[in-house]
Design a protein around this ligand. Structure first.
Ligand SMILES: Cc1cc2nc3c(=O)[nH]c(=O)nc-3n(C[C@H](O)[C@H](O)[C@H](O)COP(=O)(O)OP(=O)(O)OC[C@H]3O[C@@H](n4cnc5c(N)ncnc54)[C@H](O)[C@@H]3O)c2cc1C
Length: 377
């Protein structure tokens, strides 16, 4: 019998397992993936996300993996260019983009050090119910059979297509249309000018230095533009249209990896709890990745849930009340950024471009804009 079973061991799952294990809970952490492994992501972590890693004592390990601190920010729009130092959050003076095959296992190792039991390559296939309450999960074993693990609480941190959400019948309480498709790859030979975003009409590009001397170059395309047949050609063409500077750098650089594509980018909130179960990270709330908030949000949600669960977990009434509080906080704290993401992901700067053109040379305006972009109040 565990206190908590966490399904999914990446940004949300490993983080909540770490925090609950540090609080002395018996935690079982399961993931169907083998670790270390990669997952679709353009990697960028904003300052509030790095602040979580710092609070958890893991920021040094993240930098040791080799991703540089990105202390310069530049956001370009048609006719407007904002550039300058990234805003500081306490001692954290920029964002960072570690590879997920480095970041996620680092979090898992920290959870194991804190006492969590981790089982990779373990797929959850069903929930165990007793008297209308989830009391455990049924998961695959290496021998191909299934087995039951029991806990006071099951947390689904298993991503936007969450199995736990489906099996618990978690309703979607808000849903908005998908906005973009994302294409990205890794390049060598691109000069490091910090984090750069180019937003055009119906398309955008991002240039994000990561580890091993590589730069992740992403292209976001509005779904109002039909999906291309030749993705590689479209990726390169959209990068060219987004910025002459970026086009020149890609011509001189070298694409070192295949092209990664993702069009399954829904925008929603699910009800993140029920009797004996809770959801965290993308399982609870997903939004278009254009502003690069998902990892930071997953960390913040893990902290929020762990704080709410600072109660006896065998007391069903207290757990139910704690999860109601968590759901309210999640909705209140993440709705404003969700709504601004829906606007940003339209990739249509016409509404606000004149304002940017008029104010682009005002350093106070740039600082405010960068703070908002980075999620720093
Ligand atoms: C193309 C793209 C680009 C992105 N770029 C950024 C960015 O630049 N910055 C940013 O902050 N965010 C970005 N995001 C969002 C970010 O990647 C997610 O918000 C973040 O990974 C959420 O973490 P999570 O732990 O909730 O879910 P996930 O990372 O999806 O992890 C879920 C885990 O659950 C496991 N799992 C699923 N089902 C089961 C099961 N039945 N049994 C056991 N295990 C299971 C999976 O194997 C997986 O390891 C991007 C997303 C996409 C798709």
């Amino acid at each position: 019998m565990y206190d908590v079973i966490v399904v999914g061991a990446r940004c949300a799952g490993a983080a909540i397992a770490l925090l609950l294990a540090r609080a002395g809970r018996r935690v079982l952490l399961l993931d169907r993936a083998r670790f270390p492994s990669d997952t679709l992501s353009t990697l960028y972590i904003h300052q509030p996300g790095l602040a979580c890693l710092d609070r958890w004592g893991l920021l040094g390990e993240v930098f040791a993996a080799g991703a540089p601190l990105l202390t310069r920010l530049s956001l370009s729009f048609p006719g407007a260019h904002l550039t300058g130092p990234a805003p500081a959050l306490g001692a954290i003076t920029g964002g960072c983009a570690p590879r997920r095959y480095a970041l996620d296992p680092l979090l898992v190792r920290a959870a194991i050090r804190a006492g969590a039991e981790f089982r990779p390559r373990t797929t959850v296939v069903d929930l165990q119910w007793e008297d209308g309450k989830v009391t455990g999960v049924r998961h695959g074993t290496p021998r191909g059979s299934t087995t039951l693990a029991r806990a006071h609480l099951v947390i689904g941190a298993d991503g936007r297509n969450s199995t736990v959400a489906r099996l618990a019948h978690a309703p979607v309480v808000r849903q908005d249309p998908r906005s973009t498709r994302v294409y990205y790859s890794y390049w060598s030979g691109i000069p490091d000018h910090g984090m750069r975003i180019y937003t055009g009409q119906g398309m955008g590009a991002g240039c994000i230095p990561t580890q091993d001397g590589l730069t992740l170059v992403s292209v976001q395309v509005s779904r109002t533009i039909p999906a291309p047949n030749d993705r590689q050609r479209t990726y390169r063409e959209m990068a060219r249209q987004s910025s002459a500077e970026l086009d020149q750098q890609l011509t001189e650089g070298k694409q070192e990896d295949r092209l990664y594509c993702c069009s399954d980018l829904p925008n929603f909130f699910r009800r993140p709890h029920g009797p004996g179960w809770a959801l965290v990270g993308d399982a609870a709330h997903n939004k278009d990745p254009t502003p690069g908030r998902g990892i930071t949000d997953a960390f913040n949600q893990a902290e929020m849930l762990a704080e709410c669960l600072d109660i006896p977990l065998d007391d069903t009434r207290q757990v139910d009340a704690a999860l109601v509080k968590y759901a309210r906080q999640l909705r209140e704290e993440f709705t404003p950024a969700y709504e601004s993401t829906l606007v940003t992901a339209r990739l249509d700067p016409t509404e606000y471009i004149q304002h940017l053109i008029d104010n682009q040379h005002d350093p106070a305006f740039t600082d405010r804009f960068f703070r908002s972009f980075s999620g720093i109040n």
